[in-house]
Design a protein around this ligand. Structure first.
Ligand SMILES: Cc1ncc(COP(=O)(O)O)c(C=O)c1O
Length: 381
């Protein structure tokens, strides 16, 4: 093939464009940490937690080493363990159910809503019945705000409350999305700052948001090996769960442009909806919700060959990704855990026909037009 005719590759997520926009601010923030050398628990960690609290409206923010640790630390703080059932959507990233299984509790997989891809409250009720039949104690629900849009927290909260369960919101993909103020639904929210997330650092990172002061204090202890008031008297089991000062310093700079990036992501999502809404199933926002568009995930028409579609786009320099080709209950490590009565047919159907298109705040209109033309062409072929 003539190299000169190869179409310019489009990035799936353009972190380099964001670096250009941030100019020297991140380099200077990193340099400040390299100068003061407080790589663990440096002043930037507390500054970031205060900035995240102001941004989200939550009373307490506990930064931590990853989104997975954020989930695990909450479950540990609440004493979740063997014999407990924790309800997760099956159509999610594996960390949601993994954190549950790591505590010794049993993840019970429930189905999602076809329109929003988020936990279905009806399936949650069926999952509770399944758990009780298995002799498990319903303890907690982990709704996931998938691809950037909040789950139906009111409906899920009602089911959880009736059963005496707490709600841990997995907002790893959705920090910055609105439903209501973080901390005003559920007990606690966990997020991830993995580089590809809407607010990402340059490594691993996460945070926990809650209005519950006692829970926040326990989480701060778990974050440092279960430390008590005496540094060498550890009062519970914990982790090396801290966020590095360097990552905190980077996040402080990125948070300053985050609101603007969310607005830009929404412009990109609207252009996709206009350009593709009549040929594929495009994401729908539930009323009152906004999304931060961690992914722009479409569903191909029935009978489409997803691999051929992805190959056609790739040939034109356009990357795609499949989140998630297997729902959790279909994966080797998780297939022995219970699934809600009636199964999870929507999760399975989504795993068969979703595909995500390039999405980031710096996707310009001509590039996006190229993607839209390529999608339309691949479907017509
Ligand atoms: C829904 C969900 N939960 C949890 C996580 C875990 O976050 P991390 O990779 O920071 O551990 C992710 C990360 O992709 C995620 O998408």
């Amino acid at each position: 093939m003539n190299q000169h005719l190869r179409p310019e590759p489009v990035p799936f997520i353009d972190l380099a464009a964001q670096r250009r926009r941030l100019g020297k601010s991140v380099d200077e923030a990193v340099s400040r940490v390299l100068t003061h050398c407080q790589f663990i628990n440096g002043p930037e960690v507390t500054q970031l937690e205060a900035a995240l609290a102001a941004f989200s409206g939550a009373k307490h923010v506990v930064s931590c080493a990853s989104g997975t640790d954020a989930l695990l630390m909450v479950l540990m703080a609440k004493g979740v363990g063997r014999g407990d059932a924790v309800f997760c959507p099956s159509f999610t990233f594996c960390a949601t159910g993994e954190a549950v299984a790591l505590t010794g509790a049993t993840p019970v997989f429930v189905d999602v809503d076809e329109a929003t891809f988020n936990m279905d409250a009806g399936s949650l009720k069926r999952g509770i019945a399944t758990a009780i039949k298995c002799g498990l104690q319903p303890r907690a629900v982990i709704p996931v705000d998938l691809f950037g849009q909040s789950a139906d927290h009111d409906a899920i909260g009602r089911v959880a409350e009736a059963e005496g369960m707490f709600v841990l919101d997995d907002a790893a993909q959705a920090f910055g999305a609105s439903y209501r103020r973080l901390g005003t639904f559920g007990l606690v929210t966990a997020t991830s700052f993995f580089p590809a997330k809407p607010l990402g650092c340059f490594g691993d990172g996460g945070a926990i948001f809650t209005d519950d002061a006692e829970l926040a204090e326990t989480l701060r202890s778990i974050r440092v090996h279960g430390q008590g008031s005496d540094k060498y008297d550890n009062v519970r089991l914990g982790l090396t769960g801290r966020l590095d000062t360097l990552q905190a310093a980077i996040l402080i700079e990125k948070l300053k442009i985050f609101e603007d990036e969310i607005a830009a992501r929404n412009v990109v999502a609207e252009r996709y909806a206009r350009g593709l809404g009549n040929i594929v199933s495009v994401p729908r926002l539930a009323s009152g919700c906004t999304s931060v568009w961690a992914q722009y995930t479409i569903r191909l028409p029935k009978g489409s060959d997803r691999d051929a579609f992805a190959a056609a786009l790739k040939a034109q320099g356009i990357p795609t990704a499949i989140y998630y080709p297997k729902s959790m209950h279909q994966q080797t490590a998780y297939r022995d855990f219970p699934v809600a009565d009636g199964g999870v047919p929507i999760s399975e159907a989504l795993s068969d026909n979703v595909i995500s298109l390039p999405m980031h705040a710096y996707l310009d209109e001509p590039t996006q037009e190229r993607i839209i033309r390529a999608v339309r062409g691949a479907l017509a072929a």
